[in-house]
Design a protein around this ligand. Structure first.
Ligand SMILES: [Zn+2]
Length: 347
């Protein structure tokens, strides 16, 4: 049986073994903790680093975003076979198992709006239960002595976009009051992402949760468009896979091969608050499409959103969200000097 089937049937725990250099434990269904076991000699002789860094890689928080799940399965399998050495503490998370199995974004509600306790505002259902479990396993992982001894923490929450995008691969960085870590931003740049987007307010996403509560360098990584399980061409995402493999193995990241990375800042969120809500752009409008100043992008009872320069770029436009949820983000493009100011202000 393949690993994905074993995962869905909750049998993977009994079928996958790791080399003696890795201590493995399943903290919950679909959540695997892997800690490198270093020999005492290595610890004594290693002058470079006495403590491992800590990494969290999650996928399938949205169940229909299949390519990242296949990537995670691939990493898990390489680690188990000893083909990929592990230098850092690692938590692998398969997010929304029921929705993955059903091939849907979610079963009851969007899991990636429920973190930092927001699940309590939702009726008990598949996702509110899962958000509670995931928050609890993250807390458990951070109480692990090896993890507490780390000095560097990173979380990559892997997603794929619903629509096409002018920048195919991009990272969304949660709002944080502290400065974004330079080496983390550099890693994203060297991984050949096309763009970074800095949030301007806190949210209920998984990456916000680990950033806000555990001071982790976190991001939501949008790696491209996904197809149903088994139909993805993982070669299209090989830059991300290679960057993650190198990171796990403690190897330096490669040199950037793509044109310069673009940076954006969220300026406004379009929130659907009424059934009269309408979005005035076609369904298939790509992410990061530039819109003219003065254009009325959305309206609902007593409210209208007009594009005002420099917030001319639209991200995640979606008129079909539930009332109360975000129907799009308006972005401003940053130059590196603007970004420094923005991040000092917490942007
Ligand atoms: Zn997603």
């Amino acid at each position: 049986m393949d690993l994905l089937t074993l995962l869905f049937e909750n049998k993977i725990e009994n079928h996958v073994c790791f080399p003696p250099t890795i201590q493995s434990s399943w903290l919950a269904e679909g959540v695997l903790q892997l800690l490198p076991q270093r020999s005492p000699q290595v610890q004594l002789s290693s002058s470079q680093e006495n403590f491992a860094d800590t990494l969290i890689i999650s996928a399938g928080i949205h169940g229909n975003e299949t390519a990242p799940v296949e990537m995670l399965i691939q990493l898990l399998s390489q680690l188990a076979q000893g083909k990929l050495p592990l230098q850092h503490n690692l938590l692998l998370i398969f997010g929304n198992l029921s929705a993955m199995y059903a091939g849907q974004r979610y079963i009851d509600h969007d899991l990636n709006r429920m973190f930092s306790g927001r699940y309590q505002n939702f009726p008990l259902g598949n996702e509110s239960k899962r958000a509670r479990v995931l928050e609890s396993v993250i807390r458990q992982f951070f109480s692990e002595p090896a993890v507490m001894a780390s000095t560097k923490y990173r979380h990559f929450d892997l997603h794929t976009a619903i629509r096409g995008s002018c920048h195919e691969q991009f990272a969304l960085l949660p709002y944080q009051a502290r400065e974004y870590a330079a080496d983390f931003l550099q890693w994203l740049e060297q991984s050949d992402l096309d763009a970074l987007v800095f949030h301007n307010s806190v949210g209920g996403t998984f990456s916000h949760f680990t950033s806000e509560h555990f001071n982790v360098d976190s991001c939501t990584l949008e790696i491209g468009k996904a197809l149903p399980f088994g139909q993805n061409d993982l070669a299209r995402f090989s830059n991300i896979t290679t960057a993650l493999q190198d990171l796990l193995a403690g190897l330096p990241s490669g040199r950037r091969a793509k044109p310069a990375l673009e940076r954006y800042r969220v300026v406004d969120a379009i929130i659907k608050q009424h059934a009269s809500f309408q979005l005035n752009i076609p369904e298939e409008t790509k992410n990061f499409t530039e819109l003219p100043s003065g254009f009325e992008i959305a309206r609902q009872q007593h409210q209208s959103w007009k594009i005002e320069s420099p917030a001319n770029f639209i991200l995640f436009p979606n008129a079909h969200v539930a009332v109360g949820l975000r129907a799009g983000l308006l972005l401003e493009k940053l130059t590196s000097s603007i970004h420094k100011t923005a991040s000092r202000r917490g942007g």
